[in-house]
Design a binder for this molecule. Sequence first.
Ligand SMILES: Nc1ncnc2[nH]cnc12
Ligand SMILES: [Zn+2]
Length: 336
Amino acid sequence: MPPLPCAELHLHIEGTLEPELIFTLAARNGISLPYADPADLATRYAFTDLQSFLDLYYANMDVLRTEQDFTDMTRAYLRRAAAAGVRHAEIMMDPQAHLARGVPLETCVNGVAAALSTSETDAGISTSLIAAFLRDRPAAEALEVLRDLLAMDAPIIGIGLDSAEAGYPPSLFREVYDVARDAGLKCVAHAGEEGPAAYVWEALDLLAVDRIDHGIRCLEDEALVERLVADQVPLTVCPLSNVRLRAVDAIGDHPLPAMLARGLNVSVHSDDPAYFGGYLDDNLAALVDAFGLGIDDRARLAANSVRSAFISEGRRQDLLAEVEAWRVSAHAPRAV
Ligand SMILES: Nc1ncnc2[nH]cnc12
Ligand SMILES: [Zn+2]
């Protein structure tokens, strides 16, 4: 069976940096790593919470120095995503994580954008870029970076909010989101991953986001669930990430089936696939294994991803037709 055609809407490009590529880029840039080899590095990927992951995620970015490094990382993701069935990807990047270590905005933005500009011919994937701001750094810094991105006419379609969540509520970033919206950008934010349901309310009411990244803790607040269902707010859920970062104990405890049953607009994505044990297809396979998620439910998740993407109506209808064709062919009896 061909892979399910999907839109990947929750993906940090820096989280696609595989251990092998980290070693390749380190050698290219004359950086010595404190690990024997890629396998040794991968043994460190036993996380206890979001922060323990972020510490390694930011440290590993040190190998990204040149535009070519960013382009190579992005091309590697696109190749793997194509095999996973991804047909459209809205890719987040963390400009502040690079600026903080002396890599200019142009280097990271232009490097990723170069790979995205040929993604349709290279990998058959339409793409766009979202600049995510680090919520554990000052909002004033985010605002300055946003203004720089606008001044350089960076090819971004939206902004996001990520990094350590607890203690850094969306309300801190109101002005950043106001400026972004006024500039015609789409708005998304991580909320309800480790942080409480109250942060999802704030992202909706104070930041007026178009989508919530994660949002799994919404189930702790019945009024919030009703609001999310009524407005069909997209929730970009990342099951393997939630297990690896201990937001849920095991894949069998993941709230995704409950979220689908409540009529929430959920879709499945890979977050930081190099760190969490898999790409979009691996996330779907884990759900199939754990819950026996059937063909129609998988097609519904894919259709939700397409419905929640920032794409033209024409592209949306084309992708929805691909999902429906997959659903019909997946139900068809197979010749032996
Ligand atoms: N899962 C995640 N949550 C918050 N910030 C992130 N940055 C990269 N991955 C993230
Ligand atoms: Zn994320």
